[in-house]
Write a protein that binds this ligand. Structure first.
Ligand code: MN
Length: 196
């Protein structure tokens, strides 16, 4: 089975100025594609050859197969949640809003807490909003290719804080990237993930 690079739900220049066309070009066209190519090169002749991506992530031990499979999943999950700022749903409603209010106090407090976590991931990694096994919501940090699926968590939202996600647009100013991230995040996608 050959894994395929999913198409983006937006055009490369749709996310500017939050994320430039240049960054989308490198991040999706080079980094995401490279993780995918690496995975497809690593798995022939292994037990992972015909496994769905999510199964590889939970079964592969730490190492190149896990790293590339998880990075393929993480990047698809990341890109799928964006829309041009004018089209993105800016606030969640209904069940997801209630859950965020229950666990974080308010939507605004959630944004503040998530932004703080994303800003303080040390080195390369990801910030996630997840549903825990007990159905509570949590904000988590993962280093490198870390992925909530390996902890039995259901991911809802992620922010890639590897430098390649923001350095061309923001250089060292990761908090500015995180602030702009909210303008293109489509809460309709997150609501759909929550009720799935
Ligand atoms: Mn990335």
């Amino acid at each position: 089975m050959t894994h395929q690079l999913p198409s983006l739900p937006f055009k490369a220049n749709d996310l500017a100025p939050a994320i430039s066309e240049t960054t989308v070009g490198f991040h999706y066209g080079k980094h995401h594609q490279a993780y995918l190519n690496n995975l497809n090169n690593l798995i022939p002749g292994t037990p992972y050859e015909n496994m769905p991506l999510t199964e590889i992530i939970v079964k592969a031990p730490a190492g190149p197969v896990f790293n590339n499979a998880a990075q393929v999943f993480n990047h698809t999950f990341y890109f799928d949640q964006f829309k041009p700022s004018v089209e993105a749903k800016k606030r969640p409603e209904n069940e997801l809003l209630k859950a965020l209010e229950k666990h974080f106090g308010s939507f605004e407090k959630f944004i503040e807490e998530f932004s703080g976590v994303a800003a303080t991931v040390f080195g390369s990694g990801w910030a996630w909003l997840v549903v825990e096994k007990d159905r509570s919501l949590a904000i988590t940090k993962e280093s490198n290719a870390g992925c909530p699926l390996t902890h039995g968590q259901k991911p809802l939202l992620t922010c890639d804080v590897w430098e390649h996600a923001y350095y061309l647009d923001y250089q060292n100013r990761r908090p500015d990237y995180i602030k702009a991230f909210w303008a293109i995040l489509d809460w309709e996608v997150i609501e759909n993930r929550f009720v799935e």
